[in-house]
Design a protein around this ligand. Structure first.
Ligand code: F0G
Length: 353
């Protein structure tokens, strides 16, 4: 058996790397594509969940970060920087640590990052700065600093990030032996929808697949600039990962939507939370709220009759991050455990035995 050595080794022919590139990897990628019986039955399609929360730092960002950090190291960069709603910072911090002799600086929106992500950036020894503002303001600062100083930007504006992230589309085509008819994905800064679309197109061009999916992107209703067609100055949503009002890859996301005859729609926080709980309870898959936006979105399109003509078609939902990233949200949305004395009678009574 050949062991998995990460996305760069697996898809080297599709990536801008050479023998000289020092590969910084945590063996990311190769995430499961899980069929969801529950969603398939309801929607009448074959629904699969691409569980990106099972990457080394718990989100899809690792695919892009192995590329961005390897290329930064190849160039001899010693400082990398990003703005982040949490997952990018966790991934950048881990890969910079893995790369050795690399400093990582992250700007996060104060008070709006999930606990697990903050813990990750800190334990990997990144310099964490909480900015008294939102993600968009933090990104503007990072762009300015990385333009003027010898510091490498590792947000998805860095083209190597997109290159790495496109490999998830390759994995899906490898498993399904073609592209699915639909691909649903949450949209925040819009790098990932851009990356998947690039991946699907390249695989088809190189004759590894025969078709292209329709791309279905979903933003949170309180942070839906692409849906509204204008910048949202004060984005708000419980899905803090996608609390973004001015996405960096806005144009590329629109291109993915239009070229694929897809859609970019909004889902409310309530719909996101329902999908979040449903995934955990009915599919056994624990994701963070932003990830559930893709499932909330397809349920909404189904209710609108969007899939009527496509019975039995294949649909893949990207679940971008692990549920353990945001334990506070999970605990707030379930009943607290019952507290009982260590007495067998009381416990049996509570169980109903
Ligand atoms: N889902 C999760 C869990 C994310 O962390 C992000 C983005 C997205 C979806 C949206 O992906 O930005 O490529 O459209 N998180 C970034 C971060 C912004 O800083 O971690 P996108």
């Amino acid at each position: 058996m050949v062991s998995w050595k990460g996305i760069i080794e697996r898809y080297r022919d599709f990536l801008p790397v050479s023998d000289k590139t020092p590969v910084v990897t945590l063996h990311e990628g190769n995430t499961p594509l899980i069929p969801s019986r529950d969603l398939s039955e309801e929607i009448g399609l074959e629904v699969y969940l691409k569980y990106e929360g099972l990457n080394p730092t718990g989100s899809f960002k690792d695919r892009g970060m192995t590329m961005a950090i390897s290329k930064a190291k190849e160039k001899g960069c010693t400082v990398v920087m990003c703005a982040s709603t949490g997952n990018t910072s966790a991934s950048a911090a881990a890969y910079a640590a893995r790369g050795g002799s690399m400093k990582c600086v992250v700007l996060i929106p104060e008070g709006n990052i999930a606990l697990g992500k903050l813990a990750q950036a800190m334990i990997h020894q990144a310099k964490v700065i909480a900015v008294q503002g939102n993600f968009d303001e933090a990104l503007t600062l990072v762009k300015e600093i990385t333009r003027d100083y010898p510091v490498e930007l590792v947000n998805s504006l860095n083209p190597y990030r997109i290159e790495g992230q496109k490999t998830s589309a390759f994995e899906i085509c490898d498993v399904l032996e073609d592209a699915p008819e639909f691909h649903a994905i949450p949209v925040g800064n819009a790098g990932n929808i851009t990356a998947y679309w690039k991946g699907y197109k390249e695989y088809k061009q190189r004759q590894r697949s025969q078709s292209l999916p329709r791309m279905l992107g979903f933003q949170a209703a309180g942070a839906a600039p692409i849906v509204l067609g204008k910048i949202v100055e004060r984005p708000e949503t419980i899905a803090t990962a996608i609390r973004i009002g001015n996405p960096a890859s806005w144009k590329a996301a629109e291109a993915a939507r239009d070229e694929s005859s897809g859609r970019i729609d909004a889902v409310t926080d309530e719909e996101i939370l329902q999908a979040y709980q449903r995934l955990a309870a009915a599919s056994g898959v624990f994701v963070e709220p932003a990830s559930a936006a893709s499932v909330a979105g397809i349920l909404k399109l189904h209710q609108d009759g969007y899939f009527k003509k496509f019975k039995g078609a294949r649909l893949v939902c990207t679940l971008t991050g692990h549920g353990l990233k945001d334990p506070d949200i999970a605990i707030k949305n379930v009943k607290a455990p019952v507290s009982l004395k260590p007495d067998i009678k009381e416990i049996l009574k509570e169980i109903g035995l």
